[in-house]
Design a protein around this ligand. Structure first.
Ligand SMILES: Cc1ncc(C[n+]2csc(CCOP(=O)(O)OP(=O)(O)O)c2C)c(N)n1
Ligand SMILES: CC(=O)[C@@H](O)[C@H](O)COP(=O)(O)O
Ligand SMILES: [Mg+2]
Length: 628
């Protein structure tokens, strides 16, 4: 079926392949990708776009001794296919199978487990620096970074350092004009201008050599010429921004032409000092619908191809929390002109397109720059604007210091809406949003909230927007629980009792409320278990902590976050502060390990956070705490 690919136990043979053979391997890779990735949600278009680049890299370098970092890592599938993982590839993004990102446990060709954007240039530079210190000067270091990830602040920190250290480093800028959505920002404009520059190698060299003889001092006419010189060089060379930092710029070149790329990669490999090779690719290349709609095909749902037309398989009924929050945001923006929304390149995933269309002046996509997004929001907030920072839980980790200094320390009422807060499923440990309860509840005055059902999403957002301090609202990647109930008004530090019980209580922070109610119901013939919707992890409902521990034999706390420093910890701390009996408390949360990739439901069950697990914990704790 794939005669060349199936024989590759490592990438080594690729360097002896002819151009025709490499082109055949490219076809085989696309065949695997198109057939398999249609059956599950996976990073489709980005992978189709880097097939030739991957082959050119592996046939120019030996990445068992040279170093290769794919930025973010979502485009690593062709790399996996040519580095000995063809036979296991069908398991990608399923539990126990290959990860959808680089994974050092899978292969010596993968150096770091990554999924967050922007760090490739730093790690590649660190690898080169370390190899030099460890007496391996011949080892080459390559970072491949997309144009979406490239404007991340840390990339400039790395380039700044690279130009200064003058290490042999190859940065391949994979420019496909797309982030997940079309890329944004001034750097996008700069790359567009570079793309416009034909790459006149011979002419460039000669003219620049001549210009180098124009003196810098002396006659005013000569001085004028000297000033012109930089401008002319910039026009001819392109990439002056990088050249001025001491990084040699080469390109742009066609990223689907393997022989051409091999030529320039070999040149970059032989160069001394840092080099930036600008390659132009098409996201979704080789599958027309993906090339035409790379936004949808970034991570499409499972689909079937009907006569060259993708038809998505039917999804489940109830809309996700993401949509509840998006609709709530639309409503509040309609009423209050001070409300703005910030995204860090995740407009599509957070389903904010209607907000972008309806309020273009109050919607800000800052690109993959989460730290900047938070500090920018703080600046807006200081002027009287009410910014909503809408970022995935895992990516907000980037902004930890800005949440601390620019927001909390200034006591500014910025609202954080944390999407994907919980297990995100097949993306795995890099993307699970399981730390935010802990990291948000550290800061004085920051209210930490989570809705337990769809109906309280909007009231919670409205509460946050009139609150005088900063606040956060977390919600996972799942259908919103359609509890048929009019929510009690949201009050700072007040929980809501959903079900009364006399034996014990499950106190839930967030969306596992639905499972808690089902667990309590399943025990009804044996135990009377109440269910409290905590709403706040900070400030926690002190009276509720006192009441449940006084009235009940046991209290099970429940959350979709790590057990360390989470809601259960907050409950324990409060119980201890009040001098209550903490032995009654059982904390149900995710274990203190990096949870692997898999379906969210399966992963929750594995940690006992499903209906049966919750019921079992209640029974167990009831017998532990029962007075003999
Ligand atoms: C810190 C961080 N923020 C956001 C994301 C989500 N994200 C993943 S890929 C991507 C787009 C990257 O664009 P680019 O680097 O150009 O790669 P392409 O998909 O175009 O190949 C985004 C926004 C992330 N992985 N990490
Ligand atoms: C690579 C990356 O970080 C994103 O593409 C992420 O996988 C998107 O996740 P969602 O599919 O949950 O939006
Ligand atoms: Mg891109």
């Amino acid at each position: 079926m794939h005669p060349l690919l199936s024989q590759l136990d490592s990438a080594e043979p690729l360097k002896d392949f002819s151009s025709a053979q490499l082109s055949e391997v490219a076809d085989e890779i696309r065949d695997v990708l198109c057939n398999l990735l249609a059956t599950r949600t996976a990073h489709f278009a980005s992978n189709l776009g880097v097939v030739e680049l991957c082959l050119a890299l592996h046939s120019t370098f030996d990445f068992r001794t040279d170093r290769l970092i794919w930025d973010t890592g979502h485009q690593v599938y062709p790399h996996k296919l040519v580095t000995g993982r063809y036979k296991d590839f069908a398991s990608i993004r399923t539990q126990g199978g290959l990860m959808g990102y680089p994974n050092p446990h899978e292969s010596e060709y993968d150096l770091f487990m990554t999924g967050h954007a922007g760090c490739s240039v730093s790690t590649a530079l660190g690898l080169k620096s370390g190899d030099d210190l460890m007496d391996r000067p011949n080892s080459k270091s390559v970072a491949v970074i997309g144009d979406g990830a490239f404007p991340s602040g840390i990339v400039f920190e790395a380039l700044n350092n690279a130009g200064f250290l003058n290490k042999d480093l190859v940065v391949v800028l994979n420019d496909n004009k797309m982030s997940i959505c079309p890329r944004v920002g001034a750097m996008a404009g700069y790359l567009d201008r570079l793309r416009g520059n034909p790459f006149y190698t011979g002419l460039k060299h000669e003219v620049v050599k001549a210009l180098n003889h124009v003196p810098l001092f002396g006659d005013p006419a000569e001085r004028w010429l000297a000033q012109m010189k930089e401008g002319v060089k910039a026009g001819l060379l392109g990439g002056m921004l990088f050249e001025e930092l001491g990084i040699r710029y080469i390109g742009p070149i066609d990223g689907h032409d393997i022989p051409l790329m091999k030529k320039y990669l070999a040149m970059a490999k032989a160069s001394e000092g840092p080099v930036l090779l600008h390659v132009v690719t098409e996201k979704g290349h080789g599958y027309k619908p993906a090339a035409e709609d790379p936004v949808f095909f970034h991570t499409p749902p499972a689909f079937r191809d009907e006569d060259g037309r993708p038809v998505a398989n039917a999804g489940s009924g109830q809309p996700p929390y993401t949509v509840s929050m998006r609709d709530a945001i639309l409503n509040v923006m309609e009423e209050d002109e001070r409300v703005t929304v910030l995204t860090a390149a995740m407009c599509q995933g957070t389903k904010m397109e209607p907000v972008r269309e309806r309020f273009p002046d109050r919607f800000f996509d800052v690109g993959i720059c989460e730290s900047h997004a938070v500090a920018f929001a703080a600046g807006q907030c200081k002027t009287g604007i009410r910014p909503i920072v809408n970022i995935y839980s895992t990516f907000l980790q980037r902004s930890y210091d800005q949440i601390f200094q620019e927001v909390a320390l200034q006591d500014l009422p910025v609202v954080f809406t944390l999407d994907r807060a919980g297990l995100t499923g097949p993306d795995g440990p890099t993307h699970h949003g399981v730390y935010d309860i802990g990291y948000m509840r550290l800061f004085p005055n920051l209210a930490v909230m989570a809705p337990g059902y769809a109906g309280e999403v909007e009231p919670m957002l409205r509460f946050a927007l009139q609150h005088e301090h900063s606040s956060s609202i977390r919600y996972p990647k799942t259908s919103a629980f359609d509890l048929q109930k009019i929510p009690e008004p949201i009050e700072l530090g007040r929980s809501e009792t959903i079900r009364e019980g006399t034996d014990g209580t499950i106190v839930v922070f967030g969306a596992l409320l639905e499972s808690a109610l089902a667990a309590a119901e399943s025990l009804a013939d044996r135990l009377s278990v109440g269910v409290v919707n905590a709403r706040f992890a900070k400030p926690i409902d002190k009276a509720m902590v006192a009441r449940t521990l006084a009235d009940d034999r046991f209290v099970v706390t429940l959350e979709e976050g790590t057990t360390v420093a989470g809601f259960g910890s907050a409950f324990l701390e409060e119980a201890n502060t009040q001098g209550l009996d903490t032995r009654k408390i059982k904390r149900l949360a995710l274990p203190d390990v990096f949870v692997e990739h898999g379906e969210r439901g399966d992963l929750l069950a594995q940690s006992g956070l499903h209906v049966e697990g919750i019921a079992q914990a209640c029974q167990q704790w009831n017998s532990v705490t029962r007075v003999p």
